[in-house]
Design a protein around this ligand. Structure first.
Ligand code: CP3
Length: 344
């Protein structure tokens, strides 16, 4: 099944003979004028995510423009708390807002399992995409990792240091642990349904893994990731799961022992180190600096080359180290692709 999709061949352990397959985290979004145009037609960001016609179109836009090797489902990690009954909204210019969960009684008000009817438009979006994507383009589903999702559930918003969740985890590890367990179960169900609807692989985004000291990282990031991998593979033995604990080298090395299919590297992780230190044959994704993509020019070319050289000989999917930024010039994405693909 992976034969005609270069992205899947690499996830299955092949080293590309030519240019590496490429996609970009947050490749659908505000840096594209055609995204801003359709985004303006929806009353709210969550409505946008739950309208298959719009989510399908947003997913396809970067594929049409750039011919990336993988499309990522257009949605958000915060649909999971939404489908657990927590009020979620997005305020333009301010990011997500949630009714914070900080006590036993707040937690008791949540659903015990996901409201799959609420998520039905997501599965419809996947099924529609499956029929529309070019045969060589893979489809990636995703969820947020329990720690990162919990950091929004507890704080009720994005925070610079995830302080509210870190404090709750120290002060009441039993309550925080039950929240994480609930998210592990919800993530397994959600990813299983995404596979059923047609995704080829999934990525688990742990965007805020990098703030935790080692013991906390083990408890709140690694153990839940291991549990998701084990639980999902029990339902789907061959499931391809990309882990993205956005953190440093030692945390990445530890994450290589969770059973994930591949690891996505944040920008500061040295690709040459990763190539030498990670288990042989483990596919790696990454890790261009989103700021190098904004800078463009010779600095961008050098950054692209250095990553390719560092990961030579290992299965490698080219990507950013974190999501593309809204101010990224479209011609710089084109330059990155022609550098990668060996053009002028
Ligand atoms: O990658 C893709 O193209 C698929 C879509 C996708 C979005 N969010 C769309 C989005 C994915 C994979 C995400 C994941 C996500 N969402 C993460 C993990 C990855 C990461 O970047 O760290 C996180 C932490 C979130 C939570 C979230 N969603 C925040 C903090 C914000 C507001 C900040 C911002 O960029 O505006 C969002 C909103 C959001 N999610 C937008 C998009 C395109 C912008 C909203 C808009 O268009 O109005």
């Amino acid at each position: 099944m992976s034969a005609d999709k270069p992205f899947l061949r690499v996830l299955d352990g092949a080293v590309a003979s030519g240019p590496p397959p490429v996609w970009l985290m947050r490749q659908a979004g505000r840096y594209l004028p055609e995204y801003r145009a359709i985004r303006a037609t929806a009353p709210s960001f969550l409505d946008f995510c739950y309208t298959p016609r719009l989510a399908v179109e947003a997913t396809l836009q970067p594929i049409r423009r750039f011919g990336f090797d993988a499309a990522i489902l257009f949605s958000d990690i915060l649909v999971v708390p939404d489908a657990l009954g927590q009020a979620v909204s997005f305020e333009t210019g301010h990011g997500p807002r949630l009714e914070p969960v900080t006590s036993e009684s707040d937690f008791a008000a949540l659903r015990t399992t996901l409201d799959l009817d609420r998520l039905a438009p997501v599965f419809e979006t996947i099924a529609t995409l499956k029929a529309l994507l070019p045969r060589e383009t893979a489809l990636i589903g995703f969820c947020g990792a329990p720690w990162t999702v919990a950091s929004y559930m507890v704080a009720g918003r994005g925070t610079p240091d995830q302080g509210p969740a870190r404090r709750l985890a120290y002060a009441d590890p039993a309550l925080f642990g039950r929240m994480i367990d609930r998210l592990v179960e919800a993530s397994i169900t959600y990813l299983d349904r995404q596979f059923e609807a047609g995704v080829d692989a999934v990525q688990v985004f742990d965007s805020w893994a990098g703030v935790l000291p080692v013991g906390e990282y083990e408890t709140w990031c690694l153990e839940p990731l291991r549990a998701i991998v084990t639980g999902l593979r029990r339902l789907r033995p061959g499931a391809r799961i990309i882990g993205f604990p956005r953190a440093g080298a030692s945390q990445i090395l530890a994450a290589s022992r969770t059973g994930v299919t591949a690891l996505s590297l944040d920008t500061p992780v040295d690709p040459a180190w990763a190539n030498a230190a990670l288990p042989p044959g483990l596919p790696v994704q990454g890790n261009l600096d989103p700021l190098a993509l904004i800078a463009g020019g010779a600095a961008l070319d050098r950054a692209v080359d250095r990553i390719r050289e560092g990961l030579a000989g290992r299965p490698h999917v080219f990507n950013l180290g974190h999501g593309i930024l809204p101010e990224t010039p479209v011609p710089h994405v084109e330059r990155m692709l022609s550098r990668l693909r060996g053009g002028a």
